[in-house]
Design a protein around this ligand. Structure first.
Ligand code: H2U
Ligand code: ZN
Length: 354
């Protein structure tokens, strides 16, 4: 029921938006962006880091906490996490000790992926030709671990910046791979399967076509990839990265698409850094089809970027009170966030390289 005589205007009026990938809603409160802001808009002094840090456990040649020594690697380097959250060997079991105490044993493999031997760079500050091997390593890890019968899902991710809990500024990501498909990809699987059953096409393939037609939420694109602020974004500058072609998992990317991804990541991450002239913190990760041998043509590969910053290098969004207890919420609309990111230069504010 419309209680006002003025028409509903999503740029003015509080509203809810539906996320079909997760079957969730987000509350959008655009009128709040007009409230006065008296907080500081701080710029942080640029962090100066050495190209090699003798105390870093990820730099080439250095010793790690567990006593292992890194090789003198010159590109990417992958090792088993010395403090892995999952262990490869262990009992398999299902304990149903009464309806409230259901427990499943879980096994898996956790690895750390160093993106570069250079301690002082971030993924976005690396050259396209240096990002491409990172793409290849992501693909190869999914192929290798996904071929194991005891691995149903390979979750690739990166926590960047102290604000996101990254333990070390050396450019690196992680992978955790499980015997069972974890929570979020399991919901995405269910949602994509339901959409495919109804429409005969993958949900995110149709969604990308609709977004390209709408245009308002697109941030960066090239011939093989698009980065956009999803209609249902929760984090202020959240983005979704999608291939233009229907691809269910990373290893299926062609050589051109891998180069295209290196280009898209370089440009997206540069825009992120330029937005508040800071090394932009985020958690990002890839969602591809499970690797348990099932039929997954309803899947579409994609990456999520979840950056916490809202107003400046130091003012972040918190997921607290209402978000924890009732519903995810945002103030600036997805369209406003996309416009801000589109305004940014693709020359990095520190290095001026494009
Ligand atoms: P994060 O920065 O995203 O926390 O990743 C670093 C990982 O590196 C973390 O999971 C592991 C931690 O367990 N690690 C090692 O495997 N060896 C070490 O010597 C220190 C940290
Ligand atoms: Zn280092």
């Amino acid at each position: 029921m419309n209680t006002l005589s003025v028409p509903f205007e999503p740029t003015e009026h509080p509203h809810r938006r539906y996320n079909p990938l997760m079957d969730e809603w987000v509350l959008v409160s655009p009128h709040r962006t007009k409230r006065p802001w008296q907080g500081q808009v701080e710029k942080l002094p640029p962090e100066v880091r050495p190209a090699y840090d003798p105390t870093c456990y990820l730099c080439p040649g250095n010793e790690r906490a567990g006593g292992a020594r890194n090789p003198d690697y010159t590109s990417t380097f992958v090792f088993e996490n010395d403090f892995a959250a999952l262990l490869p060997e262990g009992p398999r079991g299902d304990l149903d000790a009464g309806s409230f105490f259901h427990t499943q044993a879980e096994t898996g493999v956790c690895r750390v992926i160093c993106f570069s031997p250079r301690h002082d760079l971030t993924l976005g500050e690396m050259e396209r030709a240096e990002i491409r091997p990172v793409v290849d390593v992501w693909c190869d890890q999914v192929t290798e671990l996904g071929s194991r019968p005891e691995i149903a899902y390979v979750q690739l991710f990166e926590n960047r910046g102290a604000m996101m809990g990254a333990s070390n500024p050396h450019p690196h990501g992680q992978l955790w791979s499980n015997y069972r498909v974890p929570q979020v990809p399991a919901v995405e699987d269910r949602q994509q399967a339901a959409y495919f059953a109804e429409h005969g096409r993958p949900l995110l393939v149709d969604y990308l076509a609709a977004e390209v037609e709408a245009g308002a939420r697109i941030v960066v694109e090239n011939t093989s990839w698009v980065a956009l602020v999803p209609f249902w974004a929760v984090w202020p500058f959240e983005t979704l990265v999608l291939p233009r072609r229907h691809v269910t998992q990373m290893p299926d990317l062609s050589a051109d698409e891998r180069d295209g991804l290196a280009d898209l990541l370089k440009r997206l991450l540069t825009r992120y850094d330029n937005l508040f002239e800071t090394s932009f913190p985020y958690s990002m990760g890839w969602h591809g089809q499970p690797t348990d041998g099932g039929e997954y043509s309803h899947w579409q590969l994609h990456a999520h970027f979840y950056p916490p910053l809202l107003r400046s290098a130091t003012v972040r969004k918190f997921m607290v009170g209402y978000e924890l207890l009732a519903n995810a919420q945002r103030d600036i609309t997805a369209e406003q966030a996309a416009a801000r990111l589109r305004e940014q230069s693709e020359a990095h504010y520190r290095t001026q390289t494009v």
